[in-house]
Design a protein around this ligand. Sequence first.
Ligand code: BV8
Length: 243
Amino acid sequence: MPTNIRLPRDARIVILTGAGISRESGLHTFRDADGIWAKVRLEDVATPEAFVRDPAQVQAFYNTRRRDLQDRNVQPNAAHAALARLEREWRGEVLLVTQNIDDLHERGGSRHPLHMHGELLKARCQYCDHVVEERGDLSVESACPHCGLPGGMRPHVVWFGEMPLEMERIYGALAECDLFVSIGTSGNVYPAAGFVAEARAHGAHTVELNLEPSDGARAFAEGHYGPATEVVPAFVDALLQQG
Ligand code: BV8
């Protein structure tokens, strides 16, 4: 893949991924024609107000996605593996920030992905704030394994109107990185959609890897388009060959 990047091998890299990187693993995106928001309104299942209004509906929405994620046909793909390879072989720091709540980056070999929107396989107690692994269904009666109180367990997921996780760490990395790569995201949801402008303002080279140009494509210095399982491994190869 031709790329006009010339980076020192110890350059600092920040990668942002979205639902598009998991599409070829069999998980739906949000805003494509067959996406999640084409079947259910985000206002009904992905806001704190929805959880107060109809907790059973919200729990059912995430229970279904938690089961789907653990289907044996859902496996990390070549794009997840390529990012794990970059983390292993690149001499500089690589911070992988994902908007995704699936665990495919971990299962694809990434060691410490930063889940800025939380994790589907974790639950949080609203009474004691304890976060636990959760692979089963949550219900409105589920009790907290830590404080024992029933009825306070929610998905450990960042809903619309809630603050994403580890924002200070993310903005610190964006201010210092030499390369910012956005993969498989439509650039619709903030503050993640603003990361490219933040990185560019601090002098980073910015690249978009996506099936097609996203709404924010013009903000990037470089773009390569096609399925993530093709463009991401090719891009990682081009970076590592610079050596
Ligand atoms: C907050 C978890 C403030 C839930 C999600 C300006 C500034 C700040 C906030 C706002 C703002 N304007 C509006 C807001 C509010 C809001 C927002 O952005 N709304 C949007 C709809 C306009 N933002 C928020 O509410 C955020 N919080 O701002 O808090 C605050 C301040 C103080 C105190 C308290 C609070 C929180 C947002 C997080 C919401 N939670 N996820 C869950 O998953 O159920 S976001 C949701 O969208 C998804 O989870 C995903 O993470 C995110 C982005 O979606 P994408 O990943 O991009 O997926 P999408 O389908 O859109 O695109 C897929 C792309 O892949 C496409 O481009 C497609 O072409 C491509 N693709 C498809 N197939 C492939 C492919 N690419 C490669 N290969 C393929 N095969």
